[in-house]
Design a protein around this ligand. Structure first.
Ligand code: PLP
Length: 463
């Protein structure tokens, strides 16, 4: 999902203190943990409790690989983001970008919440439809460059909405799915994003009239316009220009004889900047599309929905520290004195460092079998590495960690839900870290209720 694999910049951030656990949720003995027979149980309670439970279990378990790294997914975070979306962008229907994290529980919760889905491949379409209870009209096939066989299969699955940005795609669609509802993906300014997509996708405005004329000639139904401001956008003011370009594309459509009814504002929404982005977007829509009768507005958020929902617990499986005299020689410096090796790395969950340009910050989950780390614990400059034999497998080049940290202790990383699990490999024989699920504490009863209702509806459909 990125154009260049660059190493994350050096960071000198201190490690984060363990978070206090606030578990307001009383244990519910009637909690059905097995809502979906094929999925792991859905637990309840604060995710930190499950991080700690996982560590306690691993410490008591004699099996090889007992200390394996694991994620805890807090589904209430996804629900919280959805409520935020509805509050800030009530007019815009989210189509969750499946590639960001195609987790089976997340897809089901979003299906229960009524979102649509942005799929990029035949595999993603099949995965979404195999859940059951999801109308294919809730899918947009938002990859502008698709294999002909995938287009044909979309037609068979009744997935009609799809994007294009070049003439060849139009010829392919005319052959394989002439009844498709097409959305022209235009190029917008994505220079203010971690992952720029414009070098690969998007028709420049100058090319749009000819493309639309070609679509008309081929008797294809173009219903609207889409764009993507880049994934990991850090300057939400770009929405103003993007919406103004979309307006121009709408006008170009009118000139050619189309009357567009769909505006797709893409993804790129960041957790921290969401309110700001919403306000730029809402203002721009208001000024460029003042009359919105008959206009459907959708978006394709990915990371916004899931980044905060996953944390990962990793075990320190090795350490390289100077011995005795060596330690005296190693002058205190910015250079790491101690190297820690943990059991997930850039070939696994931390691929987000290479592909998604993320900088990750560890915190101490447990040290010397204790979940408590004193605030005045002395620290030293350290580096954190993944478990493979490749030297690119570096998780943190420089980070302050407690001097007392040893093999067997655990490091945690928060905000690991977006572009992590989905792109993890098994390079060097290391398995992809498993996920433990909790309904969390934020309105967890509603989260469970939504999933339970969805599960029973799907089951009814299947009878
Ligand atoms: C990746 C992608 C998204 C999701 O982007 P986020 O930055 O995660 O919100 C949406 N639409 C398309 C077409 C994408 O390729």
């Amino acid at each position: 999902m990125s154009k260049l694999a660059v190493l994350a910049p050096l960071d000198y951030k201190h490690f984060i203190q363990p978070r206090p656990i606030i578990d307001e949720c009383p244990p519910d003995l009637n909690w059905p943990e097995d809502l979906f027979p094929d999925l792991p149980p859905l637990l309840h309670g604060h995710p930190d409790i499950h991080l700690r439970n996982g560590i306690l279990e691993a410490d008591q378990n004699p099996h090889p690989d007992a200390e394996r790294a694991f994620f805890v997914a807090d589904l209430s975070q996804v629900y919280k983001q959805h409520l935020r979306w509805r509050k800030c962008l009530p007019e815009i229907q989210p189509f969750y970008a499946v590639k960001c994290n195609p987790d089976p529980y997340i897809l089901r919760l979003l299906a229960a919440l009524g979102t649509g889905f942005d799929c990029a491949s035949n595999g993603e379409i099949s995965q979404v439809l195999s859940i059951g209870g999801i109308d294919p009209a809730r899918i947009i096939f938002a990859n502008p460059c698709k294999a002909v066989s995938f287009i044909r299969n979309a037609a068979k699955m009744d997935v009609h909405m799809m994007t294009f940005d070049n003439a060849d795609e139009l010829y392919k669609i005319a052959r394989a799915h002439p009844g498709a509802k097409l959305v022209v993906r235009i190029l917008t300014d994505d220079s203010k994003a971690l992952c720029q997509l414009g070098i690969k996708f998007g028709a420049p405005l100058a090319a749009v009239p000819a493309l639309l004329a070609k679509a008309k000639e081929l008797n294809l139904d173009v219903i609207g316009v889409s764009f993507h401001v880049g994934s990991g956008n850090y300057d939400p003011s770009v929405y103003t220009d993007a919406i103004s370009r979309a307006r121009s594309a709408f006008d170009m459509g009118e000139d050619i004889g189309y009357h567009f009814s769909l505006l797709d504002v893409g993804g790129g929404f960041e957790d921290a900047l969401f309110e700001q982005a919403s306000s730029y977007l809402t203002d721009a829509i208001e000024s460029y599309f003042p009359d919105r009768s008959g206009l459907r507005i959708i978006a394709e958020p990915g990371r916004f929905y899931v980044s905060t929902a996953f944390s990962i617990a990793t075990n320190i499986i090795a350490r390289r520290a100077p011995l005795g005299d060596e330690a005296a020689v190693a002058a205190p410096s910015e250079q790491p004195t101690v190297m820690y090796y943990i059991n997930d790395g850039v070939y696994g969950a931390f691929n987000c460092i290479l592909f998604d340009h993320q900088v990750v910050h560890p915190y101490v989950l447990s040290m010397g079998k204790s979940f408590h780390v004193a605030a005045n614990e002395p620290v030293q400059t350290s580096s954190v590495w993944g478990p493979t034999c490749d030297s690119i497998d570096c998780v943190c080049r420089t980070v302050s960690l407690p001097v007392g940290l040893r093999v067997g202790d655990w490091l945690g990383f928060a905000n690991m839900g977006a572009y992590t699990v989905c792109a993890a490999s098994q390079f060097n024989g290391f398995q992809v870290s498993k996920v433990v699920y909790t309904a969390g504490v934020f309105r967890s009863g509603e989260v469970r209720g939504l999933l339970a209702q969805f599960a029973s509806e799907v089951e009814k459909d299947n009878v």
